[in-house]
Write a protein that binds this ligand. Structure first.
Ligand code: JBK
Length: 227
């Protein structure tokens, strides 16, 4: 899978070279390139934004600098992902779908976002016929300084689903067949008693059917409490 990330703070994305993703890159399973949006600016000040038409607070990113940056990167069969608090909420289902793509391109906006004509432009039929899909995605209802961290969240969730990226493929199989509530039961390891608190008896019983039932009940209880 090829991943391009466009940002005015490319250094902010350096964690992508660490850990699991660093290994996935050296092994050739994933190729990540981070691009500086300011490389395509036309003026001495490297301007990337301007005041919004219609007034209001903040600044809006200029469409032309995005167009110049994206045009040469958008080859056939690409998913352009625009990070915005107004986007569709990111889910595991979306991660599974993006994991099947050959090319993900993340547009990280800063300020009040990117001029909407950028999205409109790449949604046009000439791009659709090239199998270029545009997605506006949000990782949650809170205010971030920009889309960089959101892009990293999505990249981590997606790349670990690529065969060979995860160290232990068994943990993937377990997640998928348990689907939703897979991480939601409480976990325990050694020692059997810690600071006066014992591990629930059932987990020491060796009765796998009863353990599965107990975990499901615990997960449901937690889900209710966290509503
Ligand atoms: C937020 O993806 N997001 O969730 C996001 C992207 C850019 C700015 C934001 O405030 N929430």
């Amino acid at each position: 899978m090829k991943i391009d990330v466009i940002s005015i703070f490319p250094e902010y994305l350096s964690p992508l070279n660490l850990s699991l993703l660093g290994k996935a890159q050296s092994s050739g399973l994933v190729e990540i390139n981070v691009h500086d949006l300011r490389k395509q600016t036309a003026d001495n000040h490297n301007t990337v934004d301007d005041t919004p038409y219609g007034g209001g607070a903040g600044m809006v990113m200029l469409p032309e600098v995005w167009g110049k940056t994206l045009d040469p990167m958008l080859e056939e069969n690409s998913d352009l992902i625009i990070l915005t608090p107004a986007g569709k909420k990111f889910t595991q289902k979306m991660a599974e779908s993006f994991a099947k793509s050959s090319h993900l391109l993340f547009a990280c906006g800063r300020y009040e976002g990117i001029d909407d004509r950028v999205r409109q432009h790449y949604c046009q039929p000439e791009y659709q016929v090239k199998n270029i899909r545009v997605h506006e995605v949000s990782i949650g209802d809170y205010v971030l300084g920009g889309g960089e961290v959101a892009a990293m969240v999505i990249i981590e969730a997606v790349t670990r689903l690529i065969p060979g990226v995860l160290g232990n493929p068994l943990s993937l199989a377990e997640e998928s067949h348990n689907d939703e509530g897979y991480l939601e039961y409480p976990n325990f390891t050694k020692p059997q008693e810690w600071r006066g608190i014992a591990v629930p008896e059932i987990l020491l019983s060796g009765n796998h059917a009863e353990i599965a039932k107990w975990r499901k009940a615990q997960a449901e209880k937690r889900a209710k409490e966290n509503l």
